[in-house]
Structure formats: structure tokens, C-alpha cells
Design a protein around this ligand. Sequence first.
Ligand SMILES: [Zn+2]
Length: 374
Amino acid sequence: MTLDEREQISLVGAIGSTAGALLRWGVANHPMTMALGDIKGHASIRQLVGRAVTRDTLPPCLVFTGPEGVGKRRLALAVAQLLNCHALTGEDQTGPDACGACRACERIQRGVHADVLVLEPGETGAIKVDAVRAAVEQTIYRPFEGRKRVVIVDDADRLVPEAQNALLKTLEEPPDGSVFLLVTSRPHMLLPTVRSRCPELRFGGLAPGDIVDLLVQEHGFESVAARAAAATADGSLARALEAGSTDHLQARESATAMLRALASAPNPRQRLEAGKGLVDVRPGRKSSPAADRETLTRRLRALSTLFRDLQVLASRGEVAWLSNVDLAPDLADLARSYDTDRAQRGYVSVDRAVQALTRNASPKVVVDWLTLQL
Ligand SMILES: [Zn+2]
């Protein structure tokens, strides 16, 4: 992008001059066609996102995670084109796609579309708070030349904590007409508060539905156990197979039971009682400190997927975004007790509990603490 173009944009008010200097637009070296249908692999992600755009149910924020160099950023730009293309093409199974050739597609391609902002680390290797504030300021206004404003944060793990907090404020009350796409191979570097707000789409790994199919067809899992396993598998079939099918199912059952017991916010004594289910050893299971710790970690992982699902429901997201889609009716029931703030607090507390466990904290102490937070 030349200086002239940048000035032009700032003149028309799409971007302030300070903001223009802080936002990077480095997309010029990508191949010309960038529609969803041109992207290799990630078929289920393309389909999910494409359908959500068509139905106007795309969440206001998504995290694209997965290994480096598999096309996450490219797919984010394809979403930006699909949201803003003037001449949608194709009516195949995945629905309409961007044409890749109209003025909007072309301007997004060149990185000069006023409504598609790409933030990436500057020379310091970090994305600073000023850059985020500048982008967030744009989202206050209606899209300038397109239908939707798209803020792509590439290498989002490089956002300094202050910048993440600035972003979080926007995610708590997402502006109409704007979509945030966070791209990262290190999602654990994002604040739990940010992660809890944004459904994650994992690239490179397998989609939960694909894992469910493999577990059922090739590993003899019952469908419900396969879903419980896939919800915490992080896109990895191997991880889903680390524990047996009944272990996954029991982990999720324990987590769901505790959420139910705590739903009405009982007194501290009842809370501690409710937590016992999380550390119970099932009859007939062998018990050792290491095995108990592993079991508890699995139950906590299941719990955090439930909290994220509750936030999806609280923001009226589609059932398709749920990790535990087969529990949709139970989750809808729980959502009456766990509003978005409570679910977010829960997710963050579970994250801390898992970290404490990995640092060898006593399972009982961790669970007691957790039940008092939820
Ligand atoms: Zn187009």
C-alpha cells in the first residue's frame, strides 16, 4: 500500500492518521484468488464458517488456532471477502462464495479495503495496545465501504496483556457490523477471559465431528462417549484415545453433575459437598495419586468445555458452535443459572485449577477452592 492510498483512506475518515500508521496491511504477496472454495483442506471449517456467513450467525469473535503455515490467516481473509463481496458466486453445498474479482475482493486482496483491518506484530514483535485501540475505535462506526467490518489479528498471541484487555472490553459488547478473527498457533498465550468469549476453530487437527466419526467407526466408541471425548481432544484423535471411552463419558458426567448441583448457588457447605463428585474414585477403578490427578484433570477439561458452551448459548450462538452439541437441552437448562458472566468466571477459575494441578497442588484443595468460585 502506498502512502497516497493510506492518506486517501484517512481522508475519507475510515481510519485516523495515527491509526493508519499503527495498522499493518501486509497481504499483497498472497495469491490472487482467495475465496473459501480455493483453500485446501479444512473442509469442515470452511463449511461451518461459510454457512454461518450465509445465515448471518457468525459469532462476533472467532479464534483460528492450529499449527503455523496451514492457511489460518488466508481463511480469515477469505471470510472477509465472503462478508463483503459484491458478486457472490457458486451455490454448491457450501453455499455462496466470494468471487475473488470484484472491487471489494480485489481491495481486500491488496490490503486496502477500508473495513478489513489486519493487525500483526510490529518491529518489537508485539501487538501493542494503541494498535488495538485504533482498530476498536473503527468498530464504533458502521462499515465504510462494505457490509461488515472485519478485524483480523494475526499472531494474536503477540497481543500484550493490556492490548488483550482493550480487546476484551469490545468482545463483551461486540459492536454490530464487526467481526474479530484472532489467528494464532499459541492460543494458550491469550488471556482466559478472551478465550472464553470466542469459539475456537482448530486448523490442522481434526474437527470434533470427524473425531466422533473415527471413534465410533474405528474404535468402538458409543456415539455419546465419542462426543464427550471429542469435546476435550483439541482436534487430536490420539488425545481422544489417551483415555477409554467410559473415562471421557464419566468425566463429562461428573462435570455436568457438579454444574447442576451448584446452579442455584448453594451455601459454602453444600458447595464443598458438590465438589466431592469431581474427586470421587469410581467403584472398581484403581486409585493412585497420579491416576486421581489425571482423572480430575480430565473432569476439569470437560468442565471448561461446558462453560464455553454456556457462553455460546448466552450469546444466542447456534447449537453448531457447541463442543457438547449432544448436551444442548441440558446446557439450555443450565444456561438459566449460568449467565455469561458466571460462565466466564467459571471458565477462568477452571483454567487456574488445571494450572494449579500441574504444579502439584492437592486435588482436594484445588476442588474446594474451585467450588467456592463458581
Ligand atoms: Zn467479490
